[in-house]
Ligand binder design. Sequence first.
Ligand SMILES: Cc1ncc(COP(=O)(O)O)c(C=O)c1O
Length: 395
Amino acid sequence: MSNWQELEQKYFMHTVERVPVTLVRGEGARVWDEDGREYLDFVGGWAVNSLGHCHHVVTGAVTEQAHTLIQTSNQFYTIPQIRLAELLVQNSCLDKVFFCNSGSEANEGAVKLARRYGKLHRNGAYEVITTMGSFHGRTLAMVAASGQPKFQQPYLPLPASFINVEYNSIEAIKKATTSQTCAVLLEPVQGEGGVNLPDDDYLTAVRAWCDQMGILLILDEIQTGLGRTGTLFAYEQYGIEPDIMTLAKGLGSGIPIGAILAKDRVSVFAPGEHGSTFGGNPLAGAVGYATLKFIIDNDIAGNAGRVGQYLIAGLEGLKPKFQFITDVRGRGLLVALEFNGDIAQSAVMACLDGGLLVNRVKPNALRFMPPLIIGNDEVDEALSILDKALASVAS
Ligand SMILES: Cc1ncc(COP(=O)(O)O)c(C=O)c1O
């Protein structure tokens, strides 16, 4: 058998510290490595496998569409992307859709749309306010948007016009707003930054400020959307509506697809001003449609909310035993467990030993983002492995 991990070292740019396991198969919330060892997957492809691995709805849509039509240029009408756009609009507060291939690309497009709106309706305003600790992607502009020095430092100087301000502070947004501001870009819950929840009134205050100033509110729901936090979109829980929303990750349950959604009055792109070769191609469109339809028809968001509460309660239950746990937080099945020291990597390795995949979101915190179709049984199993893992890390 090939030594895949050695070959990776030889051929890959070293952009990620991988967990030393080579995964070859998945089903539901479980994956298997090349030696046939089974793992319970609470990483879920970084919050992508909304329906788990190789769900029949996804494989069925891939197979059928792969035998029918995979790619045309977007110069032609194709049906799957139109059906998906209709379903997205019918189930959100937004009116128009643009498809692309990833989260970063969706956010880039959203910022372009906001700048185009600024040019047409706000005297050429172009600045975008974002928050510290946010994560909006890896393109150069989205590195500038993401308020995390570790992603920005290697690439200074960055594209101008992104203003990173303190998270969860409406005052900071007010202070940064100028006549050049065209939009505020926010994750409803910061995912990659450590599962950071804002105060309950933060998003309402931001919405009110944007309305008062005539600037756009872009919600990056790439991680929080598609049921992850217990409602189809996280904005529903805050009683506000964005002007623009971006999606990716869970939309294709593993098949790459991203989307920009916008209100009618904000959908100001003219032909030729934005585009994508692969965006919403028939294959991605068909899988996106099948995934979203299944999520809606089976109240997968409700399941994520209920099982997420069960997970949070279970993690809270570990606190008395492991005094080094300092915080449990999250919404739905986007949950973090924080420690008083940098033991997350050891915890990841100990969980791996026990047959559970978890993500080290910060040196002192784990993140759980399992498939949204799991039940309490899988949570019990994960908690039992985690319990033993934390005991071994503590000793
Ligand atoms: C909130 C958020 N926005 C954007 C991105 C970037 O998405 P992608 O990696 O698909 O470009 C991510 C990825 O983790 C994310 O969590």
